[in-house]
Design a protein around this ligand. Sequence first.
Ligand code: UT7
Length: 327
Amino acid sequence: MSLRATILATGSHVPARVLTNADLEKMVDTSDEWITSRTGIKTRHIAGPGEYTSILAAHAAQKALAAAGLGAADIDVLVVATISAEMTMPSCACLVQKEIGAVNAFAFDVNAACSGFLYALSVAEKQILADPSLKILVIGAETLSSRVDWQDRNTCVLFGDAAGAVILGSSHRGDGLLAEKLFSDGSLYNLLYIDAAQSLNADLRNEDFQGSSIKMAGRDVFKYAVKAMESAVQVVLDKAGVAVSEVSLVVPHQANIRIINKLGQKLGLDPEKIYINVSRYGNTSAATIPLALDEANRAGRLQSGDLVMLCAFGGGFTWGATLIKWQ
Ligand code: UT7
């Protein structure tokens, strides 16, 4: 059998604090009815003091390491997909390396917004194909609560904080990453962006500075997201020579239940085959897919030989799909 990169184990972590739609009703002019009917979101987890992106990522990484029976020193490469690291330099990945003691790894970040986990997985896969002995931690982690304008009802109800991790190794048994296709269109950057980040440096914090929060043309993003993910999934199915009916589980980026349902309808998917947890976590950007994968894995929804389709869409624009045969 040919060499493939395969997911050996998964892990995830969310902060303890839960923000409900009822809580948001007290903060902005919104309602549980509006948020639920337009997005499907009921609750999201919000990081507390000291719960930086790297800390959430480190917890998720430790759970994935435990599930794999590996120690942090066994990791050769550590990749974090994020747009909300607590520092500009060093990378979030280097901070995770320090936190978990992955002393033998080289570490770096990938920025592809909500598609970041698929991009990071792709980069890691190429490392495995070049050297099958490697063990790679691929993490999607965000604290988007630090990038949201909490007075803007258009966006503050949508996002949450979380981290998910997988450990990638090699396989000759036929399992692993079967096909992928990633896309970007930077000409549409101004439909979804954050033009400057918040910082740990208190000197740079300015209460009047409005540039640091997420800006989104929601309706436009919605339409692009459905079309782009549908076509990416089709391209990957064609590449792999697989019919949609053969896919056991689709794990889409979790931004909005209506986007996920439309995608499912367009692809002709059995709703039972779509993993959905957006109601509990909201949109956690690069973390949605590894968080959902870990939940599905721990719930026994991923069996050996299952075909699992991942697909994402986010700022950039970036989008893509990846087909995996579960180990
Ligand atoms: O993660 C990757 C990228 N992100 C996405 O994929 C998100 C894509 N977009 C969406 O999910 C949806 O477009 C939203 C959930 C953001 C918005 O839903 P929508 O059905 O597209 O609503 P809309 O933007 O067309 O707004 C409808 C109305 C507006 O009022 P008017 O102008 O019609 O009077 C908004 O001001 O709803 C209003 N509105 C709200 N009302 C109550 C917007 N946010 C809220 C709110 N509560 N939180």
